[in-house]
Design a protein around this ligand. Structure first.
Ligand code: GDP
Ligand code: MG
Length: 370
């Protein structure tokens, strides 16, 4: 990299030339778009973006985060909270998800076919909340292991007739490790054997002390079956959202995470994406994990065709060359050519590392051969 024009450098840094010109101006250099920059100037500008200039590859295009555009503080607006429900088996996670969905989604949406896409949105007091409908533990463990953070708030369901169980503790640990606010839903309070006080007592031992006892953990007694307390639970989610002030920029190119993906006989690769920042539009060139394409069609959680999807919105898309994996990151890029380049390069890197993995002789493989 001996010299580059401002336009070429902007391209390598995935920035607008005008931004580079502005940066140069701030450094006291008046430049035009076609002006060529020497090595020192290139390094100086690159370092402003935290990019190290190497002789051959200035930017690792396979790093999806390098394609994410910066946000201006002024463009940030409030976005819906993204909520995951976790808890011990049979404590009522599925019943709660269904109950919230049935009471809130269908209001005013008569005739709307609700379909399972792995996430849904409800509206409460004119505000939206996004629920991840995938098994909570899977969402946390696989996605977090892959560096994707999708959940803002975790609801831990504890059956009032059963109390804290091993998977309850596991859920608490996941939420704590991810530093995500926890709301405790003490479920099945309709049951004669329900003992909510015991649940609070047991959770205190895990550092979750109810507000009533001087702590700061929100406990909401509910019955996922009768619907009692669910409105309070939703209000509490809104409250936490207000305190945490989750924000995003709807004006920028979209990025986010794959919630679910599969191959559909008729439609090809189908992926449910959670848009975490920006707005995703039909026609957008996109890289999703190691796959790429152009968003052909988008369907929302009500099964309706939509043209765009803003922050915290789950949508199902088609138009990818391959099926990505849950937890994969996605990024909209500037054009289809870039999408192909990045997608193919990423697939190549993965293939190469799989080959290396296979050819590596470990103790296990040695013993297998013996
Ligand atoms: P999950 O394993 O956590 O998804 O639990 P499910 O939602 O499948 O619920 C397990 C069982 O508990 C089912 O038979 C539900 O009908 C029942 N159940 C869930 N919530 C309540 C509740 O609030 N009250 C009562 N009485 N039963 C419930
Ligand atoms: Mg379930």
């Amino acid at each position: 990299t001996e010299s580059l024009t401002v336009a070429e450098l902007a391209k390598k840094l995935y920035r607008e030339p005008s931004e580079i010109i502005k940066k140069l101006f701030m450094l006291g250099v008046v430049a035009t778009i076609n002006q060529s920059l020497d090595k020192d100037a290139i390094e100086l500008i690159a370092s402003e973006y935290g990019v190290e200039v190497e002789e051959t590859i200035p930017v690792d295009i396979t790093d999806l985060e390098s394609h994410v555009t910066d946000d201006q503080a002024a463009d940030l607006v409030e976005r819906p909270s993204v909520v995951t429900i976790m808890g011990h088996v049979d404590h009522g996670k599925t019943t709660l998800l269904d109950s919230i969905r049935n009471t809130k989604v269908t209001e005013g949406e008569a005739g709307g076919i609700t379909q399972h896409i792995g996430a849904y949105q409800v509206e409460v007091s004119d505000k939206k909340i996004t629920f991840l409908d995938t098994p909570g533990h899977a969402a946390f463990t696989t996605m977090r292991a892959r560096g994707a953070k999708v959940t803002d708030i975790t609801i831990i369901v504890v059956a009032a007739d059963d109390g804290v169980m091993p998977q309850t503790v596991e859920a608490i640990n996941h939420a704590k490790a991810a530093e995500v606010p926890i709301i405790i839903a003490v479920n099945k309070i309709d049951k004669p054997a329900a003992n909510p006080d015991r649940v609070m007592q047991e959770l205190t031992e895990h550092g979750l002390v109810p507000e009533a006892w001087g702590g700061d953990t929100i406990f909401v007694p509910i019955s996922a079956k009768t619907g009692e307390g669910i409105d309070s639970l939703l209000e509490m989610i809104l409250l936490v959202g207000e305190v945490e002030e989750y924000k995003a920029n709807p004006k920028t190119r979209a990025n986010g995470t794959v919630i679910e993906a599969q191959l559909d006989k008729g439609r090809g690769a189908v992926a449910t994406l959670l848009v975490q920042n920006g707005t995703l539009r039909v026609g957008d060139p996109i890289v999703v994990g190691n796959s790429f394409g152009r968003v052909r069609a988008m369907v929302n959680d009500l099964g309706r065709r939509v043209k765009d999807a803003g922050p915290s919105t789950p949508v199902e898309i088609t138009g990818l060359n391959e099926v990505p994996q849950a937890g994969d990151r996605f990024v909209v890029v500037e054009d289809e050519k870039t999408a192909r380049q990045v997608g193919e390069a990423r697939a190549q890197v993965t293939l190469q590392s799989q080959r290396n993995e296979k050819s590596r002789v470990t103790l296990d493989t040695l013993f297998e051969q013996m």
